[in-house]
Write a protein that binds this ligand. Structure first.
Ligand SMILES: *Cc1c(COP(=O)(O)O)cnc(C)c1O
Length: 361
């Protein structure tokens, strides 16, 4: 059986170091906002090339906190790709802001910069981009539009730890960025976790306070904050795994390259890579108009695949007020995508089985 993602195998590589990290954590007697969180924040900021990193409880919370810290007015508009995991859009709704959905580019699956300007109104405050499947969005064009219209740019980097665009890493390509360390992400912990990265002094300070009840000094509350802290234990685990992130990314690239060079089936559309370093292959997503059939065929050969994602956000029950809308490119992508197995512990032999099976379809 070729697993879609063997998390157990991924984490077993770090068993000794994680056990050691647990032991120091346990013996420290300090469980929340201590030295492990501080250390990881410093390491991850350095890795991303940003001045600041603030550890929070999840990727969704990272995005929620960025928008909260900007103090936009209820009803202000945030431009966001229609083609994304729903968390991106939820972070906007949860701040009583209005998500303005923009169609993706059919080749990269990321927000189409050419379709952003027509959506800008007097109420637009920010563009929230997503580096979907691990490939950075077209940040130069997006940052230029934002500058012209005086908008903030926020990255959802939950799928793109370590991706490099024009010499800078994801998380350092905008005003502020949210990361997730959910177990299945490229840098994943053994539970929930997230972070905000930014170079903005004021924003960093405000998010640091907002994540802890809005309190800077214990029992003194400067803002109406929330409880969204990265655990000490998760931070210690992340410090262990961060050291290997670039190596893991290279392994993902090895699998992706093998797929790109060897899958030759006219029914299967391969992903487009704009620049080798800009893609960290969180997912290897192909498209076919026979998606269900291909998935079933691969399953019969013991190859696990997944669909990211089966239902577009605007077609979800959670957004039933938008169900009538037609976003044809987004819907086409949701109908046709299939994610093939890829991970740092997948072998080339396994990739070869996947390739041969698809080529014989
Ligand atoms: C995973 C993910 C999130 C949310 O992260 P959590 O840690 O699960 O809250 C947000 N955006 C995208 C694009 C994601 O893939």
């Amino acid at each position: 059986m070729i697993k879609f993602l063997d998390l157990k195998k991924i984490n077993e590589q770090y068993e000794a170091e994680i056990n050691q990290a647990f032991e120091s954590f346990f013996k420290s007697g300090w469980y929340i906002l201590g030295n492990s969180v501080k250390a990881f924040e410093k390491e991850f900021a350095k890795y991303c090339g940003t001045k600041y990193c603030i550890g929070v409880a999840s990727g969704l919370d990272a995005l929620i906190l960025i928008l909260k810290a900007y103090d936009f007015e209820p009803g202000d508009e945030i431009i966001v790709p229609a083609n994304t995991y729903i968390a991106t859009i939820l972070s906007i709704s949860q701040n009583n802001l209005k998500p303005v959905l923009v169609e993706p580019d059919i080749n990269t699956y990321n927000i189409d910069p050419a379709k952003i300007e027509e959506k800008i109104t007097d109420k637009t405050k920010a563009i929230m981009v997503v580096h979907l499947y691990g490939q950075t969005a077209q940040m130069q064009a997006i940052n230029e539009i934002a500058k012209k219209h005086n908008l903030k740019v926020i990255e959802d980097s939950a799928q793109s730890h370590g991706a490099i665009y024009q010499g800078k890493r994801a998380g350092n390509l905008s005003d502020a960025s949210g990361f997730s360390f959910y177990p299945g992400k490229n840098l994943g912990t053994l539970g929930d976790g997230g972070a905000v990265t930014t170079n903005d002094d004021e924003l960093a300070e405000k998010i640091r306070v907002l994540r802890n009840y809005g309190s800077e000094v214990k029992y003194k509350n400067k803002y109406k904050g929330i409880n969204s802290r990265l655990d000490e234990l998760q931070a210690a685990i992340l410090s262990v795994k961060l050291k290997n992130l670039d190596e893991d990314t290279q392994k993902r690239r090895g699998i992706a390259e093998y797929y790109l060079n060897n899958i030759k089936n006219p029914k299967v559309i391969l992903p487009m890579v704009t620049e080798a370093e800009s893609h960290v292959w969180h997912l290897f997503v192909v498209r076919t108009d026979e998606r269900e059939k291909l998935q079933e065929y691969l399953k019969e050969d013991d190859i696990q695949t997944m669909i990211h994602y089966p239902i577009a956000p605007h077609k979800q029950n959670a957004y039933k007020e938008w169900n009538y809308r037609s976003l044809p490119i987004t819907e086409q992508i949701h109908d046709e995508v299939l994610s093939l197995p890829i991970s740092p512990v997948m072998t080339l032999d396994e990739a070869k089985v996947v390739v041969d099976t698809i080529n014989n379809y």
